[in-house]
Design a protein around this ligand. Structure first.
Ligand code: SF4
Length: 340
């Protein structure tokens, strides 16, 4: 039995009413092992995942609450240049890749709601093809690769095993560094650490988690997991990003940093990122239409060269405040601010 009950709000059995599988991967070993977890799901064979995922007039929000699963093999380009809204942590060759589209969690502000036409979960089982493309890049230069952007890879790892596969692949390639970002609280990954596999926790204050980060682990669970892997020898990053503007934000984010200090040895953290919420214009437009009552997306953001963000003085106030709180505890910490 896989341990993703919390994300599905109950038993895993029947978590996906339908599982769509591309016909060319019906005999794929990963497909077989994934569907074994869902004996009650109806299997539907399809030609191409886009026949289901890209259908017109889908309701992302509705679908997300009763998701179907699509198993596919990804074709075309598999590794992409890092997006301008994402922090590159000082790396010149910054890329990302997605072996999964959509996420078990349901953060109200998540850009996936504006980016994808469907709330269904897609798992691409041909991870070896992504590895090949990364190897081609590695022949030219060292690569910094984010592998958990369009999903939460760690949250769904009991189903896919991709965290282990990425770690083993990275261990074999000395000029590759990867980041696995998560909001999950699991501590049961039994993998030998690698100094080029960065486990990155997004840390938010409890009121933000309760209001906007539905289904994800609590702050305490995230910090316990981060501390566990830190003490086991993994490089750990803490991302205070996205900061969300809420009433009494300064008190709430200040308390959050004090709670982090109590739970984790902050001087051992590899680096920190601090960033207030920002999102591309087209995604926010779609999200506002789909979620007319969500405070996370209806805030009167400022539009600046295709991206919405809080007004500049608020961005500075929030990010400089949090950076200062971290520096009080770790004066020499490496802190990255996207705005810088
Ligand atoms: S954990 Fe990340 S990918 Fe998943 S819903 Fe939240 S913001 Fe989106």
């Amino acid at each position: 039995m896989i341990n993703i009950e919390r994300s599905f709000g109950g038993s895993v059995q029947g978590a996906f009413k339908h599982i769509y599988i591309e016909k060319e991967i019906l005999n794929n070993q990963r497909v077989k092992s994934i569907i074994e977890h869902f004996p009650d799901s109806r299997i539907i064979v399809i030609d191409h995942y886009k026949d289901v995922f890209n259908r017109k007039r889908q309701d992302f929000i509705l679908q997300h609450s009763s998701r179907n699963l699509i198993l596919a093999a990804k074709k075309g380009r598999l590794v992409y240049d890092g997006a301008p809204v994402c922090q590159d942590f000082g790396n010149s060759h910054f890329y990302y890749t997605s072996c999964i589209m959509n996420c078990l969690y349901d953060c109200e502000y998540c850009y996936l709601k504006g980016m994808y036409p469907s709330g269904n979960l897609v798992i691409f089982v041909n991870i070896e093809d992504i590895f090949k493309e990364v190897e081609e890049l590695l022949e030219k230069f060292p690569v910094y690769l984010c592998v958990s952007y369009d999903t939460d890879l760690m949250a769904i790892d009991n189903l896919t095993g991709f965290v282990l596969e990425w770690t083993e692949f990275t261990k074999k390639h000395k000029n590759l560094t990867i980041e696995i970002r998560t909001k999950c609280g699991r501590k049961d990954l039994n993998i030998e650490p690698c100094d080029r596999v960065i486990f990155a926790w997004t840390i938010s204050p409890e009121p933000v988690i309760a209001k906007f980060e539905h289904g994800s682990a609590s702050m305490r669970q995230r910090l316990e997991a981060a501390s566990h892997y830190l003490e086991s020898g993994w490089p750990v990053r803490l991302c205070f990003d996205p900061m969300i503007y809420i009433p009494s934000w300064k008190d709430i984010y200040g308390k959050m940093i004090r709670d982090v200090q109590k739970s984790i040895d902050m001087v051992k953290i590899r680096d920190f990122s601090v960033g207030s919420f920002r999102i591309s214009e087209s995604y926010l437009k779609k999200m506002r239409k789909a979620m007319p009552l969500s405070a996370a997306v209806q805030y009167p953001f400022v539009l600046d060269e295709g991206y919405y963000h809080y007004p500049d003085d608020l961005v500075d106030e929030m990010e400089i405040f949090l950076t200062g709180e971290i520096r009080k505890i770790c004066p020499d910490a490496e802190i990255f601010r996207w705005a810088e």
